[in-house]
Structures are given as structure tokens and as C-alpha cells.
Write a protein that binds this ligand. Structure first.
Ligand code: G3P
Ligand code: MG
Length: 252
């Protein structure tokens, strides 16, 4: 896939997850305040097929509720407090719907990476419903989002049914056949874990013509080293701090 994207150096991870509750509207506003021009978030489906934002399979860590997200209707999810766990100033912050998130991005002029993060067993319908809503709600006149996933069936749906969105292959390891997977899924970027990053692998990914993003990099010196290896950009919980170190570095 030819890269239709101008990749940013800094992508606010789940918004600005160090300072504000992840995957919430407050978090995206905070990312904007910190100077981020791109943010990343995780999208999945409620039991009644509403598209909303949450990282984990359960609501336990980031809300005042308990249990598997896939078993809850949107009515149940919408009642949860997704802010108090991060600090009393965020009390009452809600889990956002994808639709209201996209409306906020349009208002704040934020570009974004939508990560398809399906509940277990709901991979195909998550890709179909989330990307259909993205197609309907995000005007083509706006900068194109990047759609990524660790889940290969999700990326196959994206490739076959929503080819207008550039895709990112998220990797948790360094698979020997990464290049074959990237080619088969016709991705624009390869998004790798900081733990696995090396100058050599970065060189291979760039030489193969892919954009290269690294998650999650909160140490500004490490981010500078990655940029020095030719990495295009990093996902960070601290967009201001990391951006202050890497935004002015020369391109490789
Ligand atoms: O998309 C980058 C990063 O968000 C992938 O890992 O677990 O934070 O969604 P995770
Ligand atoms: Mg993510």
C-alpha cells in the first residue's frame, strides 16, 4: 500500500494516558493541550453492538464497574465512571462512544490511529461495525486515519471491505515472517513494541517501504534514539515531554 499518510513524530497513546484517564474525551483534550496532533485509541463493541472505547477485555481496571465488556450493553457501560480511578478531578468521566470521539476530533482538529481491539471472539464483527461507523462519521475531506490491530482477521476485514483506510500491523513480538504478513495485509505501517525495537529491524522495516511506529515510549531519550534509527514516530503517554525532545530532531 502506498503511504497516503504523513506520519507524526508523536502520537498521544490512549489520549495522554500519563496525565488523564486513558481512552476518554478528557484524555483527548489533554493530549491536544499537550501539543499532540495525533492520538491513538482502542475501539471495541458492547454486547448490543455499540462502538465504544476501552483497552482491556474487562472494565475492572479503568472504571468503577466489574466484568467482561463483551457481556455489557451500552446502557450498562454508559453508567460507569471511567475517570475516578485516575484522580478525583476526573470523577464522572464516561466511556466514550466512537461517534462522539470522532466529533471531538473534528472539533479539536486531531488526527488519529484507531486500534481495533475486539473483545475475544468478536473480531470480525468488531472490524465490520467499527470501520462502517468510521466510514460514515469521518468525512473523506479530513486527514485519513490509520487503522491498526494486533488481530490479523481484523486487518483482513479492513483490507477487503474498507480499503480506503491505511492499515497498521501491530506486532507484539519480532516474528521471522513479519515481512510476509505485512505484504499479505498490504499495510502502510508496521507498529512495533519498544522492547523488540532494534536499529537493524528498524532499518529492515524502513527499507521495505513501510512507515514505522513504536509503542509505548515514555522516556524522551529513548524516543530520540528510536528517531535516530529511522523510526517515524512513537506512541507516548506523555506527548508534551516526549515531543519536547524529538519534534525538532532531523529526519533520517
Ligand atoms: O497502538 C499502539 C498501542 O496502543 C498498542 O498496544 O496494548 O496499548 O493497545 P496497547
Ligand atoms: Mg492501543
Amino acid at each position: 500500500m502506498s503511504l497516503k499518510l504523513t506520519l507524526p513524530r508523536v502520537i498521544g497513546h490512549r489520549g495522554a494516558a500519563e496525565a488523564a484517564p486513558e481512552n476518554t474525551l478528557a484524555g483527548f483534550r489533554e493530549a491536544k493541550r499537550q501539543g499532540a496532533v495525533w492520538v491513538e485509541f482502542d475501539a471495541k463493541l458492547s454486547a448490543d453492538n455499540r462502538c465504544f472505547l476501552l483497552h482491556d477485555d474487562t472494565v475492572d481496571r479503568t472504571t468503577n464497574g466489574k466484568g467482561a465488556a463483551r457481556a455489557k450493553t451500552w446502557d450498562e457501560l454508559a453508567r460507569l465512571d471511567a475517570g475516578s480511578w485516575k484522580g478525583p478531578q476526573f470523577a464522572g468521566e464516561r466511556l466514550p462512544l466512537l461517534k462522539e470521539t470522532l466529533a471531538l476530533f473534528a472539533e479539536l482538529d486531531l488526527a488519529f490511529n484507531l486500534e481495533l481491539k475486539p473483545c475475544p471472539g468478536r473480531e470480525i464483527e468488531t472490524a465490520r461495525l467499527v470501520l462502517a461507523e468510521l466510514r460514515e462519521s469521518w468525512p473523506v475531506s479530513r486527514p485519513s486515519p490509520l487503522v491498526s490491530s494486533f488481530d490479523l482477521p481484523c486487518l483482513e476485514v479492513a483490507r477487503d471491505e474498507f480499503p480506503e483506510f491505511p492499515r497498521g500491523l501491530l506486532l507484539e513480538e519480532h516474528p521471522a515472517d513479519w515481512a510476509a504478513i505485512a505484504r499479505r495485509l498490504d499495510v502502510a505501517t508496521v507498529n512495533i513494541w519498544d522492547r523488540d525495537a532494534s536499529a537493524e529491524w528498524a532499518g529492515e522495516i524502513k527499507a521495505a517501504g513501510y512507515g514505522l511506529l513504536v509503542y509505548t515510549v515514555n522516556d524522551a531519550e529513548r524516543a530520540a534514539q528510536l528517531i535516530g534509527w529511522g523510526v517515524d514516530g512513537v506512541f507516548t503517554d506523555a506527548p508534551r515531554r516526549v515531543g519536547a525532545r524529538i519534534l525538532d530532531l532531523p529526519a533520517q
